[in-house]
Design a protein around this ligand. Structure first.
Ligand code: ZN
Ligand code: ZN
Length: 220
């Protein structure tokens, strides 16, 4: 049996990337669609000014719309497997799209649509293969940075380990008033609407629907 040093953390392992690092990457990828929705809403908020309803929401001031727009905006980018160092923040979808392109090219797959759900689904589906590539450490670092940069902007970092504000709107009152509980009977509940209690599947469907809307909002 071969013993490798984990490509990401350097621990001695039977696989090229250890289980802990692989699970960490998977966890980051799973968060991305929701973070993207929240990021898009941050952009709408900073661009839209007061829309009558936003005044009622208790949001801390955003760090600045440049952060949001840079992360959402289109920008040219070197292929990720080139050694070139990136300067400035790379837009959210560009990070995912360029890694997807590497997977698509090297594995001879059909290209996927440049949509947050589709891109993360492809990367997650090929994570086992990605974890055997020498560039997995770069991949891990960029995905981690993307999660952290988006969390900084959207302030969706876990407020405690046990509960945090969801990154999507309540389907009933449309406020950012959904909370997630770990562990709990429900995946998410609305603070305003006693009837809104979502199980994990409903919650994931809500994230998917709002990710689709967010994608369309950025394109238009
Ligand atoms: Zn590791
Ligand atoms: Zn509600």
């Amino acid at each position: 049996m071969n013993i490798y040093e984990c490509f990401v953390c350097g621990d001695p392992q039977e696989s090229k990337t250890c289980d802990r690092c692989r699970n960490g990457i998977r966890g980051d990828l799973l968060q991305l669609p929701e973070l993207y929705v929240h990021l898009t809403m941050s952009r709408q908020r900073v661009q839209g000014g007061s829309d009558g309803r936003s005044g009622k929401r208790l949001h801390a001031p955003l760090p600045g719309r440049d952060d949001v727009l840079n992360l959402l905006g289109p920008a040219s980018r070197q292929p990720v497997t080139d050694a070139e160092d990136q300067t400035g923040a790379t837009p959210f979808l560009e990070v995912l799209a360029s890694w997807c392109e590497a997977v698509t090219d090297e594995r001879g797959l059909n290209p996927v649509r440049k949509h947050v759900s589709t891109l993360t689904a492809r990367l997650t589906a090929h994570l086992g293969w990605i974890c055997e590539q020498p560039w997995v450490a770069d991949f891990q670092e960029e995905i981690r940075e993307l999660v952290k940069a988006t969390q900084r902007i959207t302030m969706t970092q876990l407020q405690t380990r046990r509960q945090h504000k969801a990154g999507v709107r309540c389907p009933s009152c449309e406020e950012m008033s959904l909370w997630r509980h770990f562990p709990g009977d429900w995946a998410a509940e609305c603070l305003n609407c006693p009837a809104v209690k979502l199980d994990q599947r409903d919650y994931e469907d809500l994230v998917k629907a709002q990710a689709r809307d967010a994608h369309d909002a950025v394109k238009s």
